[in-house]
Design a protein around this ligand. Structure first.
Ligand SMILES: [Zn+2]
Length: 177
């Protein structure tokens, strides 16, 4: 799917976005123009939002913040925008993707998600064997997930509920993975 900011709901004094257009001749994006951007967020505003320090220490508030300023959709209420998004914001593999192996070097496909999730490492106090077991379990689920997504006859309109059902796991297990 695509990720585009479809509308910054905050005033510029709250969030300031700096970006530049790049088209490197040395990076993996040779020839492809792309945007690098950084958002500076006013600390006072973050405090009103319930964030009084580093975002990493306020996971729930951070998810709300991300949801407030970011969205992705192929149904934006503008036919022209939908068309542009469909044409330029969906990855289609090319020969270049698998230049160095069997997997797409740009990391596609991405796993679908209907909500914002923050990835975090396993708890440090978790037993090593338990960690290995968890990793093995997650690897199995992810392999199956990518197998479905990479299948040539994958239904691109498949709902996330159907996708998770194909994995034969619960929604909670999917997001936990
Ligand atoms: Zn690719």
């Amino acid at each position: 799917m695509t990720t585009i900011p479809t509308g910054w709901k905050c005033k510029q004094e709250v969030i300031d976005i700096k970006y530049f257009l790049a088209s490197s001749t040395k990076s993996i994006f040779i020839g492809l123009p792309h945007i690098h951007g950084v958002a500076w967020i006013n600390r006072k505003w973050l405090e009103n939002f319930g964030i009084h320090g580093n975002l990493i220490d306020y996971p729930e508030e951070t998810v709300k913040l991300v949801d407030m300023v970011m969205s992705c959709s192929l149904s934006n209420g503008s036919e022209m925008l939908n068309k542009i998004v469909s044409e330029v914001q969906i990855h289609h593999h090319t020969k270049s993707c698998r230049k160095y192996g069997t997997k797409c070097r740009f990391g596609f496909p991405k796993l679908p998600s209907k909500k914002t999730i923050l990835a975090k490492p396993l708890p440090t106090e978790m037993d090593e064997d338990e960690k290995k077991q968890k990793l093995k379990q997650c690897t199995g689920i992810l392999e199956k997930a990518f197998e479905i997504l990479e299948s040539p006859d994958v239904d691109e309109n498949m709902s996330i509920v159907d996708f998770i059902a194909k994995l034969q796991i619960t929604e909670e297990e999917y997001y936990d993975t």
